[in-house]
Design a protein around this ligand. Sequence first.
Ligand code: HPA
Length: 273
Amino acid sequence: MTMHQMIQEAAEFVRARGFDGHFDAAFVLGTGLGTLVDELSDAVSLPYAEIPHFPGSGVSGHAGKLVTGSLEGKRVLLFQGRAHYYETGDAGAMRIPVALVKELGIPVFVATNAAGSVRPDIRPGSLVAISDHLNLSGGNPLLRDHSEGRFVSLTNAYDSDLRQILQRAARKSGIDLPEGVYAWLSGPSFETPAEIRMVQILGGDLVGMSTVPEVILARYHGLKAAAVSVVTNLAAGIEGASPSHQETKDTAAEASEKFKRLIRSFVAELPHV
Ligand code: HPA
C-alpha cells in the first residue's frame, strides 16, 4: 500500500466519525499538556489505536487520542500525544498524523512540547515560542522520500505571522513569551552536560526530543507551522541539573494552566480562514 493510500484510509476513517468539515488549526500536545482537550466544547475523540496506520503512543504523559471540538469559537484538531523518533527509530513516526492535517484542509499546524532550558534565565515553568531549530538528532522524516518536495526550505519554518499572533496572545493574557531556538536530540536518554554546553555554543536555547520532525513534515505539506515549549527543567548540568521524566511530567502539569490560557488566546486571535 502506498503512503497516499494509507493517508486516504486514515482520513476516510476519521471523517466518518465526526472529524469532517472545516477546521481552523491543529495542535500536537506534548508531555503533560494533553489536558487542553478538557477545554473543548462538543468534543469528539478517537483513540489512535483505532485509526488505520496511526502510530501508537507508548510514552507515559501521552494519551494517544485524536480529539476535535470548539475552542474560542474556532474548530480545532488536537493530537493528544505523539509518537517519537526514539520509540520507533523512524524520524517519520508522525508522517501519517501530519499528512492527515493536510488532507483535512487544516491550514495551521502547532506543535507543543516539554523542553529543557539551556538558558539559566529561562526558568522551569516558562513558556517559549520556538523561533527556529537545530536538528542534532541525525534523523530527518523526509529520508527515503523521493519526491521533489523533500528539498523543502526551512527558512521561516516557524511562521513569522503565527509568531506575531502568539506574541499578541501572550500580551493579552499577561504571559511572558520569550522566543528561542529548539535543539532536537534523539533521546530517549537525556543529554550529557557536555552536550548541553555544545547546544549553548551552537546557539540553542531549549533541548527536546520531538517537534522538529513534525515541523519539517508540516512545511513539506505547505502548512503554516508554529511551536510552543513548556520549560520543565534546566538542561543537564545547568546549575547541577539532572533531568528526569517524572520532573518533566510534573512541571508540565503545573505549567499547564498558563499553557492553556496562551493557547486559548492564540486560537481566539487566529484569523478566520
Ligand atoms: N532534554 C530533552 N528533552 C526534554 C528535556 C531535556 O532536558 N526536558 C523535557 N524534554
